[in-house]
Design a binder for this molecule. Structure first.
Ligand code: KL2
Length: 482
């Protein structure tokens, strides 16, 4: 097979999660996450010109659905985040099969007349649901958010089998899934949609913190944004300062001369009750900010200069031709003496990293997650909170494996997407993470007392990567109808 299950971090201290002869381990919990835009049939039919190179057969829903279910069965991800899931297909074909496979699913349809949405599914014997938020980004009261995109934010508790009972083990996991707006010209709307997702994740993380729990985060989906553009930078660096960003960075997708967009972005975030650090504003904070003056010159000049050279402002795309003074890393110096106003920075406090590196380790070519006649790009991501040596080993996730993507050339050599192997115009993303559960600190993780479990040697961390022998049989409810 073309796609390879690649090991990311080799550490002598850990077991081999995928191939281990000992799938259960007291100290580590391994789980996989798949993010997959499955191409809604209604959208395929509305934009047939994008797939004119495909044979009619590979565009048929029954054919694609069959391949899709086979792919999910092959990898049996512990957490599955789907986008472009057409509601009737979900209800009639996908949900029954996923349910049979042991998944518990949460579905959120896009608002308005759109017939598709997002679905997040998790293996019910490996996680229990602590909370669910269904996010709608259509908020006409903001004057900006007038599109029908949606998201799902779940808080899951990892479980282990302890005798006949499922027992909580380890810290909770927040799983967010979204499909942001497509329109390449409206990065302002994409950013505002992202800010809603980040604020919701923040709320969940904070609710865990208030109970004394650390919460790890997975954020995945189709962001309709390429790597290293401002939206991506905001996710991965935690901050975006966009006054004075070099023009090459903003052209096309983002035009800094459209200041009204900036103002509308921030006006709309505050009317949603979201601060420019992507947090829901409490009533007390709202009162505080009203009693301050308009916020002008709130930050000192040195601080703002630092921001101007923050990672988000200084990353050049690798393939960009270097023209000194034009496409180099120097932010526009002429703006330096302009008065700074609030409302040109946006930030968040989550530490998020992309599981994929956007470059194929085999060839050095760019990874492609979606391809059709208008081009090939990376727009899908799995972001996670990495373990950067917090006070507990379980603070943060260790990425252990990724299912390799393919290059544009490789995909065209298989007649583009969808094809006889891959059923969507996107490829699935699949990553495996390891949670270190070794006790370190006196801390209570709720019902499944971590230390007691680990010390007694009962902690079983499940998740066998092998294809389930019943895979085909389990998929029968829908296949039998064919
Ligand atoms: O880019 V996508 O495909 O994540 O794969 O997200 C959108 C596009 C999806 C939901 O709106 O529908 C596709 N040209 C090409 N594709 C479009 C267009 C368009 N004008 N409008 C919507 N989509």
């Amino acid at each position: 097979m073309l796609r390879v299950w690649e090991q990311v971090n080799k550490s002598p201290n850990t077991t081999e999660p995928a191939e281990s002869s000992l799938p259960h381990n007291e100290a580590f919990c391994d789980f996989t996450v798949m993010s997959y835009n499955i191409l809604a049939q209604d959208l395929l039919e509305a934009h047939q010109e994008l797939y004119s190179y495909c044979s009619q057969e590979v565009l048929e829903w029954s054919y694609r659905c069959h391949l899709l279910i086979e792919e999910i069965l092959k990898w049996r991800p512990d957490i599955l985040c789907l986008q472009e899931v057409q509601e009737n297909h979900y209800e009639e074909h996908l949900h029954p099969v996923l349910y049979h496979m042991g998944y518990t699913c949460v579905y959120k349809r896009r608002t308005g007349t759109k017939t598709d949405g997002c679905a997040t599914c998790y293996r019910g014997n490996h996680f229990s649901e602590l909370s669910v938020s269904l996010l709608e980004f259509h908020r006409p009261e903001t004057g900006l958010l007038d599109r029908d995109n949606v998201g799902i934010v779940l808080l899951l508790q990892p479980l282990v089998n302890s005798g006949s009972e499922a027992k909580a083990k380890g810290p909770p996991l927040c799983v967010a899934n979204t499909h942001l707006l497509f329109n390449p010209k409206r990065v302002d709307i994409k950013l505002a949609q992202l800010a809603i997702v980040l604020a919701d994740i923040n709320k969940v993380v904070k609710s865990c913190k208030d109970k004394g729990d650390h919460c790890n985060v997975i954020l995945c989906g189709d962001f309709n944004s390429n790597p290293y553009v401002p939206l991506y930078q905001l996710i991965t660096t935690g901050q975006l300062f966009y006054q004075g960003l070099p023009a090459w960075m903003t052209s096309g997708q983002w035009n800094p001369s459209h200041k009204s967009h900036h103002h509308r972005l921030f006006a709309s975030l505050s009317s949603l009750g979201i601060s420019d650090n992507c947090q829901y504003i409490t009533r007390e904070q709202k009162f505080e900010s009203k009693s301050q003056n308009t916020g002008k010159l709130k930050y000192n000049h040195d601080f703002l200069l630092q921001l101007q050279f923050c990672p988000a402002a200084c990353v050049r795309p690798l393939d960009l031709e270097l023209i000194p003074g034009v496409t180099d890393n120097t932010p526009d110096a002429s703006r330096e003496n302009q008065p700074y106003t609030r409302g040109f920075t946006i930030s968040h406090g989550l530490n998020l990293r992309s599981a994929y590196k956007h470059i194929l380790s085999s060839s050095g070519h760019s990874e492609v997650t979606t391809l059709h006649s208008e081009g090939a790009a990376t727009t899908d991501y799995i972001f996670y909170t990495p373990n950067d040596g917090g006070c507990l080993p379980s603070e943060g996730l260790k990425l252990t494996h990724c299912l390799s993507l393919l290059s544009e050339e490789e995909l065209w050599s298989m007649k583009g997407l969808p094809n006889e192997i891959f059923p969507s115009d996107h490829l699935s993303l699949l990553a495996e993470f390891q949670l270190d559960l070794r006790p370190h600190d006196v801390k209570n993780y709720g019902e499944g007392d971590l230390r007691a479990t680990v010390i007694a040697g009962q902690g079983q961390c499940h998740l066998n990567r092998n294809v389930h022998p019943l895979s085909r049989a389990v998929a029968s409810p829908w296949f039998m109808k064919r």
